[in-house]
Every structure is written in C-alpha cells, then in structure tokens.
Design a protein around this ligand. Structure first.
Ligand code: PEP
Length: 251
C-alpha cells in the first residue's frame, strides 16, 4: 500500500514576511495522519521554513540542486549535501519550468538525480508533455523518454528511493487540469514502464499528479488507482487550500 503524498511547490514566490504568514497558516492545519506532506520553498527561505515548521510533520525540500553532490566551486548552485545539512529531505528534479526556461536537458537531470540520491535526498522527478506534444499524440512517448533516460543511466532501482510527478506542461499554472482519466492513463503508463524492469519498484513508487490541482478537483484526481497524491503549485501558497488538498489525499 503506497502512502499518499501532497507536496507544495512555492516556486519563486515569497518574502520573509509572506513566508512567515504561510508557516503560521501551515502550523495551524489539522493534517491527516496517513498522508506525507512536504513543501518546497525558494532556497532563500528554506532555513526560515525549517525553523518555523519544527515539530510539525511537514518535510521540506528544495526546488533544484547542483549536478555535483558535494559543496565546491560551482558559483550560484546549491549542493545536495548542503540541502541535507540545512534539513531538507527532498528535491525536485526536472520541473518543466527548469526544462523549458533554464534549458535543463535529460543529461543534466540524470546527474542532478544521481547527485541528490548520493546524499540521501529523495528526488522528485517531474515529467510531462507540452500541449503541442499532447495534440500530436506524443504524450506517452515524451513522458516515456524523460523517465527512460534516468532508468537507462541509473537503473530502475533508482526509483526505489524516488518519487515521480506527472505534470502536463499545459496544465501548470493555467487553470486547466488533466481529467482524472487523462492523468490516470499517463500514471498507469509510467508504472507499466517501471514494471517492465522491476515490478516491486513499480508497485512501490509514488506517482504524484501536478497541474492546477485545487481542493475542488483533488478528491477525484486522488481517487484514481495510480495517482498517489499531488504536486501543488499555486494552491500551495494558501495554507487553508493546501490543507484541504492534503485532507483530500487522506480520504
Ligand atoms: C507546479 O508548478 O508544480 C504546479 C503543479 O503548479 P500549479 O499547481 O500552479 O499548476
């Protein structure tokens, strides 16, 4: 039985004051005990969030990390080992905004994924197709290639300690959500791709859906058999809404 997870990606949002407010809101939530909850603040606010959420059962992760595990001469980057030192347990790898805007390619993401795992961080690999790719009938090919690049280089066993987030690019921050069946179809294909190599890994790995998830659509999405929770962007900036999404995952 996979334990559901709801993770909030705060992206490049927040000031010290607004983050303090969000921490306060999160601290007062009644969260379901059967759901893992995590937040991914901007790096600048990770220490503030870890301090502020002490004693709460909310994990903290980073939105990005370096291709090298250990600290060193790599200006502007943050090493996975530094994130562990700060108290992080997770890191996003390959969010579509980084793939598209920062030009991160599969080769770089393989290195980031491996470097994170080498330090004991759990990578959350984000995969997903653009609208153009979906309309061209290439969704499963694109997602399969993004996932396959990691399997090929690091082996399917790497997913024994990783999470995958399926996030259709056309649904991120747009208000458009994949229908529960559209999302389920891709999640099932991801699990089947892993199962072709190792059924135990495939059955154990958590697959999160991301793309305009709100409290209003979460129950239906999380009710699908291969959807184990969500990666939440915009709605995670509102503690009450985020709490309601977490409770939906506990149903
Ligand atoms: C995201 O950025 O990971 C995301 C899912 O964003 P949103 O929920 O705002 O679509």
């Amino acid at each position: 039985m996979r334990r559901p997870m709801v993770a909030g990606n705060w992206k490049m949002h927040g000031t010290r004051a607004s983050v303090a407010e969000l921490i306060n809101g999160l601290s007062h939530l009644v969260l379901p005990s059967g759901v893992d909850v995590a937040v991914f603040p901007p790096c600048l606010h990770i220490n503030q969030v870890i301090d502020g959420l002490q004693g709460q059962s909310i994990s903290v992760g980073a939105q990005n990390s370096a291709v090298e595990s250990l600290q060193g001469a790599l200006t502007g980057e943050i090493a996975p080992s530094q994130l562990v030192d700060a108290g992080c347990s997770l890191v996003l790898v390959g969010h579509s905004e980084r793939r598209q805007i920062m030009g991160e390619r599969d080769e770089m993401l393989i290195r980031k994924f491996a470097a994170a795992q080498a330090c004991g961080l759990i990578p959350v690999l984000c995969v997903g197709e653009t609208l153009e790719q979906r309309e061209a009938g290439k969704t499963l090919e694109v997602v399969g290639r993004q996932l396959g690049s990691i399997i090929e280089e690091l082996g399917v066993g790497a997913f024994a300690k990783a999470i995958i987030a399926y996030e259709p690019v056309w649904a991120i921050g747009t208000g458009l959500t994949a229908s529960p069946q559209q999302a389920q179809d891709v999640h099932a294909a991801i699990r089947a791709q892993l199962a072709a190599e190792n059924s135990e890994v495939a059955q154990g790995v958590r697959l999160l859906y991301g793309g305009s998830v709100k409290a209003a659509n979460a129950v239906e999405l999380f009710g699908m058999p291969d959807i184990d929770g969500g990666l939440i962007g915009g709605a995670s900036l509102n503690a009450d809404e985020f709490g309601a999404i977490c409770r939906a995952a506990g149903n």
